[in-house]
Design a binder for this molecule. Structure first.
Ligand SMILES: Cc1cc2nc3c(=O)[nH]c(=O)nc-3n(C[C@H](O)[C@H](O)[C@H](O)COP(=O)(O)O)c2cc1C
Length: 323
């Protein structure tokens, strides 16, 4: 099952692993590449641009298949040196970058000049159209179901993806809520050229996080996420725990970001993955956790999705059509 996403981005399967803070490291990304899908190292997980260069080199030691780097550009009072991270990506000859967070316009000329393909991830039709006008090579559209930042429009993929498909002509991935063959087939039916997944890849053998986190995803249902930062209009979908509930409570009763800053600190979230206590901080998880029942290897997962999708199309859907 190949789509134009595979042709444009040079991968075997129409499946991507989006950037994931603290999780998108060489072990996972190399496993995704080896499985024939498109994995992204997460630039800002590396403390400096030099560390990103080393992580790219480490990933190349683990695979000779293509992989990309995610560059998440968020407005910040004290922003990381985005241009330096970008230059590392270009100088290392990484073939594809996933941009996210905000408009990538400032970085596009450098990527284009260097022949780096850009897959821009966004959460609305209007932002996808804008990115297409700016000349990106593909878009990934995160629906309301997704882990991380779903935006403020609250449009689930069932409407968001076909609405985008009416306007998008470059290859498009559906993202948010995908985790199995049924999701891939549904995404293709809705007009996407493949799927992007985050949460499902966290619950794999190769994801460099504590096993307790993977087991927490297996145990959780689709009802066990929270939306934090709603009143700040910077909504994030995270695993529901005592910290997320405290943050919601503080902001709902008139608190400001300053009042939750310590609770939501990235360093605390990082400890969740390293120490395996899901209550230590805030960590991203999507609704799809309700569909996660095991911790396969990445190769098993991708194979299961691709084989299952082919069977679904041929047997279940094909069987519904009368000749
Ligand atoms: C643990 C975790 C961390 C994430 N961090 C980032 C990030 O740093 N940058 C980004 O663009 N997306 C990030 N995401 C979002 C994913 O790349 C992807 O768009 C999203 O997970 C898709 O929804 P799903 O989880 O339902 O598959 C993160 C997701 C997870 C689960």
């Amino acid at each position: 099952m190949r789509t134009r996403f595979c042709e444009v981005f040079g991968v075997e399967h129409p499946v991507a692993q989006g950037g994931m803070q603290w999780v998108g490291r060489a072990e996972l990304v190399a496993a995704v590449a080896e499985a024939g899908a498109l994995g992204f190292l997460t630039a800002l997980t590396q403390p400096t641009p030099e560390d990103l260069a080393k992580e790219i080199a480490r990933c190349r030691e683990l695979t000779d298949k293509p992989f990309g780097v995610n560059l998440t550009i968020l407005p910040s009072i004290d922003p990381p040196p985005y241009a330096e991270y970008r230059d590392v990506i270009v100088e290392a000859g990484v073939p594809v970058v996933e941009t996210a967070g905000s408009n990538p316009v400032e970085h596009l000329p450098v990527f284009r000049e260097a022949g780096v393909k850009v897959l821009h991830k966004c959460t609305s039709v209007r932002h996808a159209v804008k990115a297409q006008e700016l000349g990106v090579d593909g878009v990934s559209i995160d629906g309301f179901e997704c882990a991380g930042h779903p935006g403020e429009d609250d449009i689930p993929g069932l409407v968001l993806i076909p609405a985008a498909a009416e306007k998008i002509t470059v290859p498009m991935l559906a993202s948010g809520g995908f985790g199995d063959a049924r999701g891939l087939v549904a995404a293709l039916a809705l007009g996407a050229d493949g799927i992007n997944m985050g949460t499902r890849f966290v619950a794999t053998a190769e994801a460099p996080v504590h096993d307790n986190v993977k087991q927490a995803l297996v145990r959780a249902t689709e009802r066990d996420t929270d939306l934090i930062f709603r009143p700040l209009r910077n909504t994030a979908r995270v695993a529901s725990n005592s910290v997320s509930r405290e943050v919601i409570e503080i902001l709902a009763t008139g608190g400001a970001f300053e009042d939750v800053r310590e609770l939501v600190a990235g360093a605390r979230g990082r400890r969740v993955y390293e120490e395996g206590d899901p209550e230590l901080g805030i960590w991203s998880a999507g609704l799809v956790q309700g569909l996660i029942h095991d911790v396969p290897t990445v190769a098993e997962l991708v194979e299961r999705i691709m084989t299952g999708a082919e069977e679904l199309v041929r047997d279940r859907l094909g069987g519904l059509v009368r000749s």
